[in-house]
Write a protein that binds this ligand. Sequence first.
Ligand code: AMP
Ligand code: MN
Ligand code: MN
Ligand code: MN
Length: 289
Amino acid sequence: MINTSTTDRFDLHCHSTASDGKLSPSAVVTRAHQNGVTHLSLTDHDSVAGLVEAHSEAEKIGIRLIPGVELSVSWGSQCFHVVGLNIDSDNLKLKEGMQTIQRMRESRARAIGERLEKKGIPGCYDAAKKLAGKGTVTRTHFAQHLVNQNHATGMQKAFDRYLLRGKPGFVATLWPDMKDAIGWIRDSGGIAVLAHPLRYKITATRLRSMLQDYKIAGGRAIEVVCGSSSANDILNATRLARQFELLGSVGSDFHSPENQWIDLGRLQDLPNNIDPVWTAIKAIAAIHH
Ligand code: AMP
Ligand code: MN
Ligand code: MN
Ligand code: MN
């Protein structure tokens, strides 16, 4: 049961070395605690591998850890990110789903490596895999390698020059269908949250059409407040949440202390005309206990 009080501070979206974050799961938990977070969800890309370590650290220092994941999904030909909160990481359907995505990531990484090699930059696949270690391999690892090798002066530049749609290292990938992925999250007892709704390159009309399908598929919530949100972003996301009767989540999408603008727990308040996603997590916990 999650009891909330006025001193509660939620951060329900962040990454560790289990995917493309810079800090280990326990270091993420420690930093969140230091920043005043009381309820944290670790949501690595397509992986729950960091949750055991995060959990034991959370118990040690007294912070609530809500098991989470950020799934890469497709709607039409476009990639969206759906966060699963309060998932059961042992659930078979969810585990198989994540394995499917990991296989897709592996073959995409090889293809990215081949494409960059054709552009005269060999060795990127091996280097990205090495940077990812045991964690999910992502474009962030390719970007990091390109920066390390002075092919780009910063992560953003590496994405802009090599890794975004239309650039030499971009490989289109058909991730599992959004409704299937939402199904896995729900099957595991979790709540589906559409991550960073304003970050997709999509028209407002198409985003609304996507949200309609998202609702029908069982999506329950949307991130109203992100680490990168401006006041105007929060207004727009609030409008979407209210129009589609979605619960609101807050998550920094923290990856690394090197990004000075985004940190664990550094988030605007959820507007008070939005029902917080944690009210539903409490209800789920009450049924299960
Ligand atoms: P992937 O899921 O492998 O396609 O990698 C996506 C990850 O790359 C995201 O989760 C972000 O962490 C990072 N990313 C995506 N776009 C950008 C960008 N334009 N600049 C910096 N990082 C980005
Ligand atoms: Mn990421
Ligand atoms: Mn994301
Ligand atoms: Mn994320």
